[in-house]
Design a protein. Sequence first.
Length: 337
Amino acid sequence: MTDASSVLSEKSLLSLQQEALLAYNRAVCRRTAKQSGKGCKVSRGIFMRYEGDVYRPPSEARSLIIQVTIGCSHNQCTFCHMYADKQFRIRKKEEIMQDLDECREMYGPWVQRVFFADGDALIVPTDTLLELLQYVHRNFPAVERITSYGTAKDVLRKSEEELRALSEAGLQMIYLGAESGDDAVLRAICKGETAAEIIAAGQKLKRCGLKTSVTLISGLGGRKGIEAHAVRSAELINAMNPEYASILTLHLTENSPMAQEIARGERELLVPDEIVLETELFLKHIDSPGTVFRTNHASNYVVLAGTFNEDIPRLLRQLEEAKEKQRYRLEAWRRRL
Ligand code: SF4
């Protein structure tokens, strides 16, 4: 899964990614050239192919995005529109390798971060993933971090030996969209996973040396579900103790099944004060030392950043202040998503 993170259309992705990576790689290239005393060249003019909209977590903004799968194998969560128009498939290994070759041509060997998309790239058979990881390292010897989206089911389907092999081959972190720790919410959104499965997946990743970045979504339980969603989500994070956790705020597009539930009056979107209340409850129940926490997605009303548990009192003060002064990100801004 994916968190409903950042979307880039094919056109803007190509130009933005090309420009960002070119600028980035030029800087790395200059530094490397200076250190080694040798020259370097970053060529232009080759465009790799992307299929449909491409999503990535905010922290992968400077990464080379490689579509290992197209779409999401689950594709049923009622709030999610991201891959609705894509028929899920695993791309052919040769095609992915060709993309990596073109990127090497385009950006040179200095790429340092690679992100495997689409929705749940971890579903790809382990042998293929191992070959791809090796190929990334061969093409980009300076690569420091390779990450991917994955679902709890993908993790549980793989053996510990397979996950350890992936970690040793350089896969560093899995972005896991938990959405909620409350089974009632997970059932209502057709997540297809239980909180116990998500926790088991997070604990398994940790045992196997892979980092986890867990995403939750504020507002998914509706007004009546605020407390259960907040408290159970905190319990889920406590049980997983992931390296990273973030909360997005529910933001729907017209065509998603959940938007239609709202139109029919079957559920409601929370107002900013209620979202803050839910986040406060969540923070008050957290005990997950060392987890880096963020609410820095474009959908969030209040931007928070800190580390559990020591920063919780400050984060609570920030929420209180935002509520008192009604200092929330404007809806018009959020609608740019
Ligand atoms: S698992 Fe659910 S939220 Fe994640 S990409 Fe698939 S349909 Fe969307």
